[in-house]
Write a protein that binds this ligand. Sequence first.
Ligand SMILES: [Zn+2]
Length: 337
Amino acid sequence: MAVFACAGCGAELTGPVTEVALPPHAHREGGNRYLPALMEPGTFAVDPEPSGPPWRPWHELGVDEAAARGVYAPIGGLWCGPGGAVLLAPGDTRDTVLIPEQCDGCCAAGGWPNLACERCGRTVGARIDDCYRWQAVWLRPEAVRRLPVPGPARPAGDGWTVTPLPPVEPDGWWSDRWSAAVAVALAEVLAASDGRPVAVPDGLLAETFGRTLDRLLPADGPARTLGLAGPGLTPDPAPDIALVPRHPWTGAAWQPADGTVPAALDAEVWTYLAFPPLRPTTRLPAGEERDDPLPLRPYRLFEPDRHLLVHRLARLPAVRQPWLRAIYDRLGDGRQD
Ligand SMILES: [Zn+2]
């Protein structure tokens, strides 16, 4: 376990927290209006990507420097500050104060940076508490120090057993987390398609992945198959491309059988797809069906988060192939957003 302390005065700014993988919806914006805490209490994640100033536009970066920074297609620009920002649940922070003049969100705190160390006043990060954004605290990598504290490094178990995440919220909207998780995995499925059609099984996979793949890939020619593989699920025959779970603690993708190309998916989303909850098989007597709750159906068709799809595609070396670059350009890069 670890705590994070102010790099200026040493004050502890968090309780003890355990590291997990950065969730795919860490940078999701514009979903449901009221969103809960992004991270589970007692956990933190580190974003390896650079954040914070300086901001360098694409025309200044150029192709070679962008590639050296892990970006392989034109984007609006890149933050070129240090990587390693720390993401936590707001309830795990201690002795921090808001900087009121920096809290310029729509409904509450949304500005960056807007959080300071209470003891010395040093700016340490941002508290995100605004509409259409996940509740979160981000700590700047240069503003805090990570200190080890006694306690288990990981929870019990191997980490693969997780609670399946339903795709539809009780209020009838598609899950925000599904939009983000599917978008990130879709980028990898597109790259693995080699520009050929992808055959997707009917059902939830077709609803969430299939529609976008059909829209972006050619309809004719020999198709590659998409399926699921992971702990407790070995498909036979193996699909050409397998959606595999990403380990919740480390972020490492499950490795499928030889010959199958993996595309990593959030483990809780994957578990729902791989092991969907059983529906009741008994029926109520005629005339009493009105009391039988119908399965949740969303109000509209599923849409993966386009910004996260584009963000991930730009960071796949495969996007340098002309056919995938054409898809990237169709989706619209960061310069138009
Ligand atoms: Zn301080």
